[in-house]
Design a protein around this ligand. Structure first.
Ligand code: SF4
Length: 225
C-alpha cells in the first residue's frame, strides 16, 4: 500500500472514530495492567465483568497482595487460564511494591520483566496508560495489517516494526486502537465485512467478501462518485 493510500486509510478510520480507546475498563495504569494480563485469550467483555468486582476491592498492588492469590482467583475464575494469570498478577504486584513503590513503571524493559507481561502487553500499557506511540500487535491487528497490505509480515514483531515505519506520524498514537477495532468488528477472521468496510477500495486483500451484487459496497460507492 503506498503512502497516499495509507494516509487516506487512517484518515477514514479517524473520521469514523476520532478518539479510539481500549474496550477494557480501568481507572489507573495498574488496573489497565491487570486487565491486559487477564485479557490474553479472553474477551474484553469477560474481563470487564470480572474486574468490575475485583477493582472495587483491589485497585492497587498492595490491596491485591492483601486479597491474595486465592482471593484473586475467586474473582477471575470465569476467565481462561485464571490459575496462571492469578499467579503472575500476584508476583507482579510483589515486584511493583518492592521495586517500584507500588507504581507501574513506564519503561519497556521494566514492564517486560514483570511476570505475565510480554512485548504486546508492554506496548498496550506504554500506549494507553503512558501516551507513547507504540503499536501492540494482537491477532486482529496482525490479520488486518497482512490482509490489507498495510504492513505485511510473518510474525507479530515483523508487523509491529513495519507498522512503526509506515504508519504516518499523525496517526501513530491511535493506530493500535483503530486497527484492533477494525479487525474486531469489520475485518473479522472468518467473514470480513468487506461490503461495510470504510477502506475497501484501499485494501489489497484479494479475497474480499462481496455483497450479493458481487461488488464490495464501499467500492461501488467510490465507483458511483
Ligand atoms: S475490504 Fe475486507 S479484507 Fe479489506 S480491510 Fe475491509 S473488511 Fe478487511
Amino acid at each position: 500500500m503506498n503512502k497516499q493510500k495509507r494516509i487516506e486509510f487512517f484518515a477514514r478510520l479517524r473520521a469514523h472514530n476520532p478518539r479510539p480507546t481500549t474496550e477494557l475498563n480501568y481507572a489507573s495504569p495498574f488496573e489497565l495492567l491487570v486487565a491486559v494480563i487477564l485479557s490474553a485469550q479472553a474477551t474484553d467483555k469477560g474481563v470487564n465483568k470480572a474486574t468490575d468486582g475485583l477493582f472495587r476491592v483491589a485497585p492497587t498492588p498492595r490491596a491485591m497482595l492483601a486479597l491474595g492469590e486465592e482471593g484473586l482467583k475467586a474473582h477471575i475464575k470465569t476467565i481462561g487460564l485464571f490459575n496462571a494469570k492469578a499467579r503472575n498478577i500476584i508476583k507482579t504486584c510483589r515486584i511493583l511494591v518492592d521495586s517500584y513503590g507500588g507504581q507501574v513503571p513506564a519503561q519497556r524493559r521494566e514492564l517486560e520483566s514483570l511476570p505475565g507481561v510480554g512485548r504486546k502487553t508492554a506496548n498496550v500499557i506504554l500506549n494507553t496508560a503512558f501516551g507513547e506511540p507504540t503499536i501492540a500487535v494482537d491477532t486482529h491487528l496482525f490479520r488486518v495489517a497482512n490482509r490489507t497490505g498495510l504492513a505485511p509480515g510473518k510474525t507479530p514483531l515483523a508487523v509491529e516494526k513495519r507498522l512503526l515505519k509506515v504508519v504516518p506520524e499523525a496517526f501513530r498514537q491511535d493506530a493500535h486502537h483503530w486497527l484492533i477495532l477494525h479487525g474486531r468488528y469489520v475485518c473479522t477472521a472468518r467473514r470480513p465485512r468487506c461490503g461495510a468496510c470504510l477502506v475497501a477500495d484501499l485494501c489489497e486483500y484479494g479475497y474480499k467478501e462481496t455483497s450479493p451484487a458481487g461488488t464490495p459496497a464501499a467500492a461501488r460507492m467510490v465507483a458511483a462518485e
